[in-house]
Design a protein around this ligand. Structure first.
Ligand code: PGA
Length: 261
């Protein structure tokens, strides 16, 4: 069934020192993990020092954003090729990037391709706004964002990436999606992947839920069919809450295996 994947997206929070202290504390709180892969997405500044630190622990790192060209005259940007070997994952197309920084499908698919090219697993974020939800356009938005984001990669590469379903109206709002809605959206995501890239890719792709996940509701998503893990913003800033979620995930009874005849 594979490990569950839990990603902490700290956004523009925590200094380098705070991030380092957090990693020490988290390690003490959760210990060695068997069933859960934990990924931390700190400020870009903390990636290099944390890379040394997490090697002694059992966490992986994600970058929150990067530029899609490998090098050149792009003042202020950091490329996936510069991040190669430092991070294992790259968050791409987060709604804050799409809406505050006006990232378009074109940018997003170039970043997915750049990540794959540089051995970084893309975590492609997709999801509808409140208005789109009210207009019953959720499926259309999901399909468009998948088609737009994945246009440049192969079916083998798609099978190795992560999709995070994050309804925009649920991010940082305390309004979370019902597990039923999440199940429906995740099924639809896999159906679209199957349609575009085939059955194997659809089975292999990992799909996360994100949006106001907290200690109280995390289990309901982890137990939702088709959900491989969580992308957590605000609740991940509190190391005790985040450790609590990881422990719940780690101790979750595995689903009964269906026996063949
Ligand atoms: P939230 O953020 O958990 O604070 O809603 C999730 C995200 O932005 O990935």
């Amino acid at each position: 069934m594979g490990k569950k994947l839990i990603i902490a997206n700290w956004k523009m929070n925590l200094t380098v020192n705070e991030a380092s202290l957090y990693v020490h504390k988290l390690d003490k709180l959760v210990g060695k993990l068997k069933n859960t892969e934990v990924v931390l997405a700190p400020t870009m500044l903390a990636l290099q020092p944390l890379n040394m630190q997490v090697q002694h622990h059992h966490f992986n790192l994600a970058v929150q954003n990067f530029y899609w060209r490998d090098s050149g005259a792009y003042t202020g940007e950091v490329s996936a090729s510069q991040l190669r070997g430092i991070v294992q994952y790259g968050i791409i197309g987060h709604s804050e990037r799409r809406h505050i920084f006006a990232e378009r499908s074109k940018d997003i698919r170039s970043k997915v391709q750049a990540a794959v090219r540089n051995n970084i697993t893309p975590v492609l974020c997709i999801g509808e706004t409140a208005q789109e939800r009210a207009n019953k356009e959720t499926s259309d938005v999901i399909r468009d964002q998948l088609v737009g984001g994945l246009a440049n990669i192969t079916s083998v590469e798609v099978g190795q990436i992560v999709i995070a379903y994050e309804p925009v109206w649920s991010i940082g709002t305390g309004k979370f999606a019902s597990p039923r809605d999440v199940e429906r959206a995740v099924k639809y995501i896999r159906r679209q992947i199957e349609h575009l890239f085939g059955k194997v890719a659809a089975e292999n792709v990992r799909v996360l839920y994100g949006g106001s996940v907290n200690l109280d509701n995390a289990m309901s998503y982890l137990q939702t069919a088709g959900v491989n893990g969580l992308l957590i913003g605000e609740s991940s800033l509190d190391v005790y809450a985040f450790a609590g979620i990881i422990k719940k995930c780690e101790d979750m009874p595995s689903l009964p295996v269906k026996r063949g005849k």
